[in-house]
Design a protein around this ligand. Structure first.
Ligand code: NAD
Length: 243
């Protein structure tokens, strides 16, 4: 029996690199997928690679009404993977306040609000897992990442606090903090050989991570094998934060 047979799993940002890997891994593990992204065409193209009839939703994570509409359309799910996000690389003094607010709105407020809506449905049913995608930058400083890192650190703290509130209702909230992965978000690395090499030199494991290995961690965290892991943000970064 596949591990996630009979489970409905919502992956946000599923048109992207990591979201696509999450979707594929849960699909292969027997889950019924519900995919969401603001890139409706990209999402439809990706869903086709998995097969016909996969439920897809276009939504905008920076817009509270759009998040509420997504939650209403989706209804009851077993696993929510709050993966959609944007990277901003911009020195603090050169970042305009509206851009800062947008990064916080999309990367932090959006997942909080989706958790609020779908967590409520899970709590009523007495079961569910919410998996937030934070970042290694929740745990260390980095040039030009102040808004992004603040949002991701906020998401790690939100994971702890929501987990404490929801655990007794049968809903487990956890997070993953990936190190640098090669996805469309990090084309600034693949397009610049010097920067690419310099980035690897800072990772004790000597390589960037892959979306597939983060997806394997998600499969574990969303499964019953991780039932006693509550509110943790698991770092998977090849040792970057420790070095
Ligand atoms: N790639 C990395 O190195 C890395 C490292 C740590 C954490 N992360 C996190 O992993 C997650 C996925 O990143 P990725 O590398 O796959 O990036 P990606 O750019 O490949 O994918 C992000 C997806 O999210 C969607 N999205 C972005 N903003 C949205 C919005 N406002 N509403 C709806 N959908 C939206 C995009 O359309 C895209 O499909 C992000 O939260 C990112 O911060 C990535």
């Amino acid at each position: 029996m596949p591990r996630f047979a009979g489970k409905r799993v919502l992956v946000t940002g599923a048109a992207g690199g990591l979201g696509g890997a999450f979707a594929r891994a849960f699909h292969d593990a027997g889950a019924a997928l519900v995919l969401a992204d603001r890139d409706g065409d990209g999402l439809a193209r990706f869903a086709k690679t998995l097969g016909d009839g996969i439920e897809c939703h276009r939504y905008e994570q920076g817009d509270l009404a759009s998040i509420a509409a997504l939650a209403k359309a989706v209804g009851a799910i077993d696993v929510l993977i709050n993966n959609a996000g944007i990277l901003l690389v911009s020195p603090l003094m050169e970042t305009d306040p509206q851009t800062m607010a947008e990064v916080i709105r999309i990367n932090l407020i959006g997942p909080m609000v989706l958790t609020r809506h779908l967590g409520e449905v899970m709590a009523k049913r007495g079961s569910g897992v919410i998996l937030n995608v934070s970042s290694q930058l929740a745990f260390c400083g980095a040039e030009g990442r102040s808004a992004y890192a603040a949002a991701k650190a906020g998401l790690a703290q939100f994971t702890r606090t929501a987990a404490v509130e929801l655990a007794a209702k049968g809903v487990r909230v956890v997070a993953i903090a990936p190190g640098r992965l090669l996805t469309p978000m990090t084309t600034y690395l693949t397009g610049d050989p010097e920067r690419y090499k310099a980035g690897i030199a800072r990772v004790p494991a000597g390589r960037y991570g892959t979306p597939e290995e983060i997806a394997k961690l998600a499969l574990f965290l969303a499964s019953g094998d991780a039932d006693y892991i509550v509110g943790e943000t698991i770092i998977a970064d090849g040792g970057y934060v420790l070095s």
